[in-house]
Design a protein around this ligand. Structure first.
Ligand code: SF4
Length: 199
């Protein structure tokens, strides 16, 4: 039997897409996806993380599966002392691409879904992973990169946001793990600071 010590990662529960978005066909990814994935984790959490798109959630046999991105994300969270129950994770694109697609068109089509989520959930703090998310948040900043943006706080739709490397970049270059954990610790501090300020 596998104990929690052998496999300390969890598959965060998926939040179902709202009725109006579950059958979205606003971009070509509608033809590639198995379903719209709205987000995962605690839907009422005030700390919201943004990835570029959902990863695989099932293996070929249809069994629940933890992709490398989410495994590394949880590793970083654990090292930074962030409880998975305090986090909601969503994506720029709510459908998982499996083939090439027109990226600018898909991102533009899907961005109202993220804007709606932010309006509905009103998180206290946002955290983006990777250059694709940084570019989407700062469309006017040419080649916005995490390397330059990390370590500082900005605003997106009036909510504080900061950035770190994409978990897959950290998997490929383990020397980034130290910075990844450092950035996640800064996120936790910011989140706690805002919470205390509201009391
Ligand atoms: S990626 Fe977004 S815009 Fe495109 S079909 Fe999926 S939910 Fe709709």
């Amino acid at each position: 039997m596998t104990s929690e010590m052998d496999h300390p990662f969890v598959i965060l529960p998926e939040e179902q897409a709202p009725e109006g978005a579950a059958h979205c066909e606003l971009c070509e990814l509608a033809k590639q996806r198995t379903r719209v994935i709205w987000g995962e984790g605690n839907p009422r959490a005030s700390m919201m993380m943004i990835l570029d798109n959902p990863g695989a959630r099932e293996d070929r046999q249809g069994n629940e599966f933890l992709c490398g991105t989410r495994e590394t994300l949880q590793l970083g969270m654990r090292e930074a002392g962030i409880d998975t129950n305090d986090v909601y994770v969503s994506y720029l694109l709510k459908c998982r691409p499996v083939r090439a697609y027109n990226k600018p068109e898909a991102r533009a089509a899907c961005s109202p879904h993220l804007q709606l989520q932010l309006l509905q959930k009103q998180p206290l703090v946002l955290f983006g992973f990777g250059n694709i998310v940084a570019e989407a948040v700062f469309p006017d900043k040419e080649n916005a990169s995490v390397k330059e943006l990390r370590g500082s706080w900005y605003e997106f739709q009036g909510i504080p946001i900061s950035f770190t490397y994409h978990p897959l970049a950290v998997r490929r270059r383990p020397n980034l793990l130290r910075f990844f954990v450092e950035d996640l610790k800064a996120l936790k501090e910011k989140w706690e600071e805002i919470q205390h300020g509201r009391r």
